[in-house]
Design a protein around this ligand. Structure first.
Ligand code: IMP
Ligand code: MG
Length: 181
């Protein structure tokens, strides 16, 4: 029996679900190794909503008693480019003071959202803040953001699926696709 999803619209496949599974397992192993010593103080912070599919797979590959929290942010700009003016729409439920924070993002595009998050979270006195992103579009970088754990670099195309949306839809597509222009 085929395990392919039946419904997805005709997106071209950029990263298959097999490639996603393999890379996410590698990232989980790397994070497990790096945070071995501080285990219980690791907090995964998922950036809503794009990171939830990635986060749910990633966290099950991290073999540490870590906790999880979520932050919702809205960025102002046009549909295709963020302005860097970011508003928190839903804040963390718990304090991160003294915790080792790992921000989990779906994609780093211009880097403006990640830069805002680093600045904002730093004011809450965490022990450390690192960034894990499933995807990165290096051609679009406006800011030099260091991504501590990266899944895949992708070309400058609008990508969709596995958490990423087009007008709030298709987050449930189980691979990373793109729309041919
Ligand atoms: P940045 O502030 O420009 O780095 O924007 C990051 C945010 O823009 C991501 O968290 C996504 O929500 C959104 N985004 C950027 N590129 C894409 C894309 O190709 N598909 C879907 N969402 C995207
Ligand atoms: Mg996002």
């Amino acid at each position: 029996m085929s395990s392919e999803q039946k419904f997805p619209p005709p997106f071209k496949t950029l990263i298959s679900k097999e490639e996603l599974n393999k890379r996410i397992a590698e990232l989980g192993a790397e994070i497990t190794k790096d945070y071995q010593e501080i285990g219980e103080d690791l907090v995964l912070i998922g950036v809503l909503k794009g990171s939830v599919i990635f986060l749910s797979d990633l966290c099950r590959k991290i073999e540490l008693p870590c906790s999880m929290d979520f932050i919702g942010i809205a960025s102002y700009g046009d549909d295709t480019k963020s302005s860097g003016v970011v508003q928190i729409t839903s804040d963390l439920a718990h304090s991160i003071e003294g915790k080792h924070v790992l921000i989990v993002e779906d994609i780093i595009d211009t880097g403006l959202t990640a830069q805002y998050l680093f600045k904002n979270l730093a004011t809450r006195r965490p022990a450390s803040v690192k960034l894990c992103s499933l995807l990165h579009k290096p051609d679009r970088s406006e800011i030099d953001i260091s991504i501590d754990y990266l899944g895949f670099a992708v070309p400058n195309k609008f990508v969709v699926g596995f958490g990423l949306d087009i007008a709030q839809k298709y987050r449930n597509v189980d691979f990373i696709g793109y729309v041919e222009e």
